[in-house]
Design a protein around this ligand. Structure first.
Ligand code: BTN
Length: 286
């Protein structure tokens, strides 16, 4: 009897996996993914690590060596997964999706945040299509199921003057985690915990890459407003939500009033003034 063992086109590191483990898990082997993608851009080249520090760091180093737009870096496990605002990203082996995409957008640096919002739209669309779960988007790009975070996005830009050299969009999706560490369990969840079943990470990832490529094509064609509109349609945070936003040096409290064309969140304060929040963390809402 012959076994067809999928072989990654590019696998780096071995992560201590046994053959039995290889065959029993739905690993994100590139050869399982390529056939589901359109052949031209996102995922045309996939680098798959069994273990790496952070896929964003690996993707940045590929980008600096000239990697083409749409190059994807995947890891079964991250030992130094990073989140926004200096946080870490819990990256349990083969339970989540840890993916980074190299982009070389035509956008100006001041509009780069729209890429991150677009990635959140793509992730939310993919999770709905593949798993039938409707995730909310907490500004700027946290996906929530029943108020708990199941996906986060970290975009890192390299620009020179008014030109973007590359942007690495890193996406973490909690897919099949059955539990979270003590310090996260009140705030984090997974598609498995919310949908009460396991999901194929290959299917979720392919859905994500396909959706993200379409959103990205729209941005490259200049339709930022269309992407922001789709973000607002998928987020209960876009309008009329009472929020407290941590800006790092101070907190503001008010009601959300839509997005600026840069992706900043407008917050109407009690005195009627509207603050535009470019970077911050919504720490409380109702
Ligand atoms: C956040 O919500 O704070 C952002 C989390 C981003 C996590 C992903 S996992 C893949 C990529 N590599 C990283 O180190 N971080 C991002």
């Amino acid at each position: 009897m012959a076994f067809l063992v999928p072989v990654s086109r590019i696998v780096t590191g071995n992560g201590g996996c046994s053959l039995r483990h290889f065959m029993s898990e739905d690993f994100l082997f590139p050869d399982l993914i390529y056939p589901h993608l359109r052949p031209h851009c996102f995922g045309k080249t996939i680098h798959h690590f069994l273990e790496t520090g952070s896929t964003n760091d690996a993707a940045r180093s590929f980008a600096e060596q000239g990697a083409a737009e749409g190059t994807v870096v995947l890891a079964e496990e991250q030992t130094a997964g990073r989140g926004r605002l200096g946080r870490t990203w819990f990256s349990e082996k083969s339970a989540g999706i840890y993916a980074s995409v190299v982009l070389r957008p035509l956008l100006k640096p001041r509009h780069a945040a729209v890429l991150t919002l677009g990635a959140a739209v793509a992730a939310s669309e993919a999770i709905e299509r593949v798993c039938g779960l409707a995730a909310d988007i907490k500004w700027p790009n946290d996906l929530l199921l029943n108020g708990r975070k199941c996906c986060g996005i970290l975009s890192e830009m390299q620009a020179e003057g008014d030109e973007i050299r590359h942007v690495i969009v890193g996406i973490g999706i909690n897919v099949n985690q059955a539990a979270f560490p003590e310090d996260l369990k009140e705030r984090a969840s997974s598609l498995r915990l919310e949908g009460k079943q396991r999901y194929s990470r290959v299917e979720v990832l392919c859905g994500l890459l396909k959706s993200f490529e379409l959103v990205y094509d729209e941005l490259q064609a200049g339709n930022r407003a269309g992407v922001l509109q789709r973000w607002a349609e998928r987020s209960s945070f876009a309008f009329g939500k009472q929020v407290s936003v941590d800006l790092g040096t101070r907190q503001i409290h008010g009601q959300t009033a839509g997005l600026e064309e840069t992706g900043s969140l407008k917050v109407k304060l009690a005195d009627g003034r509207v603050e535009e929040v470019m970077s911050g963390d919504i720490v409380a809402w109702r």
